[in-house]
Design a protein around this ligand. Sequence first.
Ligand SMILES: [Ca+2]
Ligand SMILES: [Ca+2]
Length: 476
Amino acid sequence: MSRPAFIFLILIAASTSKEVLSADRPNVLLISIDDLNDWTGYLGGHPQAKTPNIDRLADRGTLFSNAHCQSPVCNPSRASMQTGRYPHTSGIYFLSPDLKQSPKLQNLDTLPERFAKHDYQTLAAGKIFHRQDQRFFQDYGGSMGGFGPRPETKISQPHGHPLWDWGAFPEQDEMMPDYKIAHWAVEKLNALPEDLKKPFFMGVGFYRPHVPMFAPKKWFDLFPKDQIKLPVVQAKDRDDLSDYAIALTNEKHVSPEHSWIVSAGQWEHAVQSYLASVAFADYCLGIVLDALDKSPHRDNTIIVLFSDHGFHLGEKQRWAKRTIWEDGTRVPLIVVDKRYAAGQITTKPAELLDVFPTLLELSGLPKDELQEGNSLVPLLKNPTANWDHPAISSFGKGNFAVRSEHFRYIQYLDGSEEFYDHREDPHEWKNLINKRAYTKIIKQHKAHIPLEQEDILPGNSTGHNAYKAASRFLEN
Ligand SMILES: [Ca+2]
Ligand SMILES: [Ca+2]
């Protein structure tokens, strides 16, 4: 063959293979549920949780039952996940500043922007980022009202932050932003032709169970108040914590104090409201999954479901997020990809940070060596594969948790430490830091605390305030 003819054939082959690759690329459906802890069917965080749609998604893919956020509040968790950088790399540890204010993040692609660069159509509605999602998606359908309508007077907590309330409200599902977000996704899925010119990357971000824990009454009726099981709390659990740790996790926050919730007779009602809010968000998820299943894209769409952090409902005698204990960091994480076995559960530690490199690999996009997470594809292939990557979470510079398959190590800025053995202490009641039998394994965990930690970028947030308030327990 003459040389020009040979080159011509190569060019034809190259352009053809590029087209085939592009058409063959899987779609991505990224679903976020805000502030959802482990109160789901498979994770078993609460015995009464009703999440049939999260469960059916897990049945279709791989559930990461030991997955953790990198920060137990929305903004840093989502900024980290969407850029593939830890909070201690970006300096974004708290609810402010915005990710574009970090010199380390401002020039990076976010996850949807990376997909757009590789010829994906990107679209979303609701909350995927902490705010202003329209910056990152080609087509953003809006927040649809975000945290939703509120009654004229608060239902359950007369004082405090306006978002901190719970109870049956409003009357109809149709009035809820999450319902509208689900139906936005249905319309978009129905409008996508069978023969896509570009694969899609769709984000669907639900706002419940984030406060206000409101949902229509029928969702409350699933959990009669007189039958509510309360989280188990050990009275002297906090006696083995340092003053710094107690102050960091309990002061200067907008959530009510546990003692108030109990004395006001609101504990059962608040747990009921969270369960109802979770069940409602799960219902909205089901609306989207049904539409995908009826579409021609069912078998060529990777689905990732996650929550941005955990949530306390009385455990450790506190409420809401902002802790690096199990209740604060454990999140649902499910990856569905038809090329791997269905119904798998892996107990290996996973990080939300791993989603970015995982989706690059599953979609056949170029690997990004600067990503700080690890592709989870080896665990999709083999859920019991050797896995030497513990999950790292932080709440401000100097406050870190390292979660391995069986243990959690915590180190605070005051030098205090905690160590828990999840095989015998799932509630993290018994701090084993001084137990000689654990000395070696504690040292191995401690070695994962990052040596270099970016300073906290300035901002005004509950996290900044709590971090500052707790500093009175530091020496000097
Ligand atoms: Ca959140
Ligand atoms: Ca304890």
